[in-house]
Ligand binder design. Sequence first.
Ligand code: ADP
Ligand code: NI
Length: 215
Amino acid sequence: MEAILENAVEHVRGALMGDSSGHDWWHVDRVWKMAVRVGEAEGADPLIVQLAALLHDIADWKFHGGDLTAGPRAARAWLESQAVGAPVIDAVCAIIDKVSFEGAGVATEMPTIEGRVVQDADRLDALGAIGIARAFAYGGHDGRPLHDPDSAPVLHASAEAYRNDRGSTINHFHEKLLLLKERMQTRTGRAIAAQRHAFMESYLQQFHAEWEGRL
Ligand code: ADP
Ligand code: NI
């Protein structure tokens, strides 16, 4: 297990180092460590959890011409080059396939505890001080305005509507980030999310107070 994980780290670090959209190697490193922490508390299989955490952003659809299958396919191709059994490969790829948030109105349930652990760990990195930094990094990378007081947030009813949205980063807080606390799937994840959520709420209050000249 140690050797496979070391190979995975090297593979992912090489692929994602230098990214400036919030999907860099250090995002994966944080998700990996959080997944280990949550996974231990929840009694999840450590190999499946760690491989899924390490490979979850190896080929995000946003950076692969909108191809939703690019992530699981890239993960499978790499895992098949390693000494990993077929059941583990299937479990890891199923998690990567379903890990993403797809809009306010779209349920993204995970059938396994390993999947719930990795999804929570990934979502925790979208919250709190780091989540705020990543949201603005992604918004800048994608050419989105910081804030547009004339456009209201949209609670997307479909994954397609969510993916095609071009709104501001402040709207993204209402369209995704502030919804995550209620959608955590593990007890450990929920507890950590509550604290990070409160920090984002107070950040937004300060943001709007400054924007409106009240502070
Ligand atoms: P993850 O890597 O956690 O699966 P995403 O790929 O959806 O999540 O997003 C990566 C980061 O970019 C997250 O912090 C997310 O909130 C942020 N992000 C995604 N879409 C937007 C957007 N439209 N505006 C601002 N930030 C975004
Ligand atoms: Ni991620």
